[in-house]
Design a protein around this ligand. Structure first.
Ligand code: CTP
Ligand code: MG
Length: 380
């Protein structure tokens, strides 16, 4: 039986607020919807992922899902139940896992538990016990409720598509906030499997902040190093640390030969395990001829951040007998911070000579070495 994950992402996210609906907003470097879609798409027992979105959300959804195979986007409706029903009709048959886009972190075992529990039940949903005291009332409490038989119901929720469509026809969708309520109203049997706090829905600002803190706690520190050399050739000025430094001689190179930016770029790529500058910008490619090296550096920073990484600090040492760099250090530091979108206190620029020894000592060229300290997201 084909298993399709149906992600409903057609809401407006009014309780969270903000201009962009929550499912399309980035958290830990990725849109919420993308987290949800990737978690389900990589599960070996899920054959397809489909996504329901609202009117006018096409561009946001496409950007969030770029590169993922989700077939054609399905248009949702006014209420969540309308969105789910549209999705079910588009899928047609088989087993469905209906999931809220607003629950970005779905552990793998949940899907296994749900699919296993479908044997012998009409549906299966993840549940958790209540830990707070539960009471009825408004501004004034009326009575407390025995919580021992109450459950918090999460998504994804597993059903046979035809059973669920039957339940929708019998009971109607209306204001139901999930599928288990509709199945129960239609008299069908739904199993509860153990849920996971990671699946809690992002509804309010407090939920969002909790999720951000959770992701920050999963960041791991990494360090990368970079080294580069360019030979003197022709006339100055030279590009160094993203600024033009006046000098009688220039530097030879395919791009603008900024050794400092090249070393930092390599350090960032190294820290992120993303290869080296030559792989990303091959010197054989004519489009990088004379290229301004701030492009390379900004690209490395973007790649690292795209997967939820954070750049904590970069430190570069320029090794040159000439020109004298002391007067330019502060401008280099500010320019590098600007390219990397960091504070100047997160960037260090140092300069040294090699005491007349070696190729730098013989004034044949300039070298630079850099270290980048970053934190990377452990996904999954
Ligand atoms: N949803 C949907 N279609 C709707 C309403 C909601 O597909 N007409 C989706 C949401 O995008 C979300 C999930 O259902 O992934 C759970 O709904 P909820 O948390 O209520 O999200 P929103 O309706 O977007 O938020 P709010 O109620 O605060 O406006
Ligand atoms: Mg809602």
């Amino acid at each position: 039986m084909t298993v399709t994950a149906l992600i409903v992402a057609a809401g407006k996210g009014e309780r969270l607020g903000g201009v962009t609906p929550k499912q399309f907003r980035p958290i830990g470097g990725k849109p919420v919807l993308r987290w949800a879609a990737e978690a389900l798409a990589r599960h070996r027992r899920i054959d397809a992922v489909r996504v329901v979105i609202g009117q006018g959300q096409q561009a946001l959804a496409q950007a969030a899902l770029r590169g993922l195979d989700v077939g054609e986007l399905i248009e949702g409706g006014t209420q969540r139940s309308d969105s789910v029903r549209n999705g079910l009709v588009a899928i047609g048959g088989g087993t469905v896992l209906v999931h809220d886009a607003a629950r970005p972190f779905c552990p793998e075992q949940i899907v296994d538990r749900l699919l296993d529990a479908l044997d012998g039940h009409d549906g299966a949903v993840p549940v958790l016990p209540m830990s707070d005291t539960i009471a009825r009332g408004g501004a004034v409490l009326e009575s407390s409720v025995d919580r021992s038989r109450l459950l918090r119901v999460q998504t994804p929720q597993a059903f046979d598509v035809e059973d669920l469509l039957y339940a929708y026809d019998e009971a109607g969708g209306g204001a139901a906030t999930d599928e288990s309520s509709i199945m129960l109203a239609a008299g069908l049997k739904v199993a509860g499997v153990e849920g996971d706090p990671l699946l809690d829905k992002l509804t309010t600002q407090a939920d969002w902040h909790r999720a951000e803190a959770l992701l920050a706690g999963r960041l791991v520190p990494r360090t990368g190093s970079g080294f580069d050399v360019h030979a003197f050739s022709g006339e100055g000025p030279i590009m160094l640390g993203g600024i033009a430094v006046p000098h009688s001689r220039g530097l030879a190179g395919h791009s603008d030969a900024d050794v400092a930016l090249h070393a930092i770029t390599d350090a960032l790529l190294g820290a992120a395990g993303l290869g080296d500058i030559g792989e990303h910008f091959p010197p054989s490619d004519p489009q990088w001829k004379g290229a301004s090296s701030d492009l390379f550096l900004a690209h490395a920073a973007r790649l690292l951040r795209a997967s939820g990484g954070i750049i904590d600090h970069v430190d570069v040492t320029v090794i040159a007998e000439e020109p004298k760099l002391g007067p330019h250090r502060s401008a280099m530091r500010m320019r590098i911070a600007q390219i990397l979108e960091l504070g100047t206190d997160q960037v260090s620029v140092k300069a040294t000579t090699t005491d007349g020894l070696g190729f730098t000592g013989r004034r044949e060229g300039i070298a630079a070495q850099a270290v980048a300290s970053v934190r990377l997201a452990r996904h999954g």
